[in-house]
Design a protein around this ligand. Structure first.
Ligand code: 2DT
Length: 214
């Protein structure tokens, strides 16, 4: 039996990641587990949640960055064991969100490499799908603006940093990164597109047994 595949869905706020990761997980069930970052249920996750939801709760940007990374390390072993048991793991955000949101803050010294460093050694996904929305409708959706980072100007900076991080840390032409343009597409259309991209990754399970790491 081959190991499970690690499939990451990334994107800006409200591009449909959460909907799409749950559709994909349901489609693969029982052979898939969904993990969402930040995981707000752990001790570290609760601090992160407070930081995101309470604008009066301040922490140095560096500390926040390290908390998000620590939150990933809390479940790193669980992810590896699940994959070794043959179950696929679907991630809703991961290392690239960590890099892009922190680098977008333009803090001296917090460059892409600094942002990656605490995540070095985490498992690298077999496939990363980046959902992009080229329309501005996002900002008008209900709830936008409730949490820290949810404003149009900051999201533009984050998008730039996502692309910078992909250029820096994805191996060119390795087919491990795919962009999915969700602009004006229905949930069903996007989920079909995702399904087409995921299937080849699942069908070569007997190959590529080696893990890759950030
Ligand atoms: P959700 O809205 O998806 O719950 O995300 N974030 C996320 C970071 O700044 N660094 C990270 O490492 C991760 C995983 C993105 C909550 C917000 O947290 C941001 C939006």
């Amino acid at each position: 039996m081959g190991r499970g595949r690690l499939i990451l869905i990334e994107g800006l706020d409200r591009t449909g990641k959460t909907t799409q990761t749950s559709i994909l997980t349901d489609r693969l069930k029982p052979n898939a587990q969904l993990i969402k970052f930040p995981d707000r249920s752990t001790t570290i996750g609760k601090l992160i949640n407070q930081y995101l939801t309470d604008k009066n709760f301040n922490l140095p940007n560096q500390s926040v960055h390290l908390l998000f990374s620590a939150n990933r390390w809390e479940v790193a072993e669980n992810i590896k064991e699940t994959l070794l048991n043959g179950t696929n793991v679907i991630l809703d955000r991961y290392v690239y969100s960590g890099i892009a949101y922190s680098a977008a803050k333009d803090v001296d010294g917090m460059d892409l490499q600094w942002c990656l460093n605490p995540d070095k050694g985490l498992l690298k996904p077999d496939l990363t799908l980046f959902l992009t929305n080229e329309s501005n409708d996002d900002a008008e959706r209900d709830g936008f603006g409730e949490e820290r980072y949810e404003n149009v100007q900051f999201q533009k900076k984050v998008k730039k940093q996502f692309y910078a991080a992909f250029t820096e840390f994805e191996t060119p032409n390795s087919n491990t990164l795919k962009l999915v343009d969700v602009t004006n597409k229905s949930i069903e259309e996007v989920s079909e597109e995702i399904w087409k991209l995921v299937q080849p990754i699942l069908s070569n399970k007997e190959e590529n047994q080696e893990f890759s790491f950030f």
